[in-house]
Ligand binder design. Structure first.
Ligand SMILES: [Zn+2]
Length: 215
């Protein structure tokens, strides 16, 4: 996991790679090279990056995102960015622990719990009338939830959904040692091994081929 002393490279990304198959996993993957001794690559450099991620992962609708773009001032954006990264690292540590069969650290669970509670306070129950005249209830963001932290709450909500769902059984880490991105294995046979076959799968196959055919 990342500590304050680890080197972090900042790379401007136009789009985020969402091959994880769940927003919470793609969020953790936004810190690339997480386990590389040469240092990680930070995908969330600014509040704009956080909004871009929320848009791409379809966590918030475009009207809310446009409102945040217009209204959030730099200090509040920076606080939200820091909160997002803290959530991401607690989530990442918990997911990697669970996937490896280890219990998660209590302080990471406390951080997650704090974010989940904060997100819940911004939700409300609404009803609407469907085509069949039946009323249906939806659990959604309060109309006045236009705080800079809205993307963080949306991410916390997605993270809580995943962590407490049966889908957790399908969370895997990419087998390429230099990658180890998280993904949801939705393959029929449940045998997906790579975040992206074309990148990590081919790279590992080439490496095995070289080691078999060398010497
Ligand atoms: Zn990979």
């Amino acid at each position: 996991m990342v500590s304050a002393t680890d080197p972090v490279t900042f790379v401007r990304r136009v789009t985020f790679d969402l091959c994880g198959g769940h927003p919470a996993l793609d969020f953790v993957n936004s810190l690339d090279n997480r386990f590389n001794s040469r240092g990680c690559i930070e995908g969330l450099q600014s509040y704009d990056d956080l909004l871009r991620f929320a848009r791409q992962a379809q966590l918030l609708d475009s009207a809310r995102l446009a409102q945040l773009e217009r209204t959030v001032r730099a200090p509040a954006g920076l606080r939200a960015l820091r909160a997002a990264r803290a959530l991401r690292e607690a989530l990442g540590a918990t997911l990697y622990a669970l996937v490896s069969g280890r219990p998660p650290a209590p302080n990471d669970l406390q951080t997650l719990e704090r974010h989940f509670h904060a997100a819940d306070r911004q939700r409300e129950l609404r009803w609407q009338q469907g085509a069949s005249q039946r009323h249906t209830l939806t659990w959604s963001w309060r109309p006045d939830a236009a705080d800079a932290e809205l993307p963080v709450w949306a991410l916390a909500h997605a993270a809580r959904d995943l962590l407490t769902s049966p889908e957790m059984e399908r969370v895997r880490t990419c087998e390429a040692e230099t990658c180890r991105w998280l993904f949801l294995d939705t393959s029929k046979s449940h045998t997906r091994r790579w975040c992206k076959m074309k990148v990590c799968g081919n790279r590992m196959k080439a490496r095995r081929y070289q080691s078999r055919h060398s010497g």
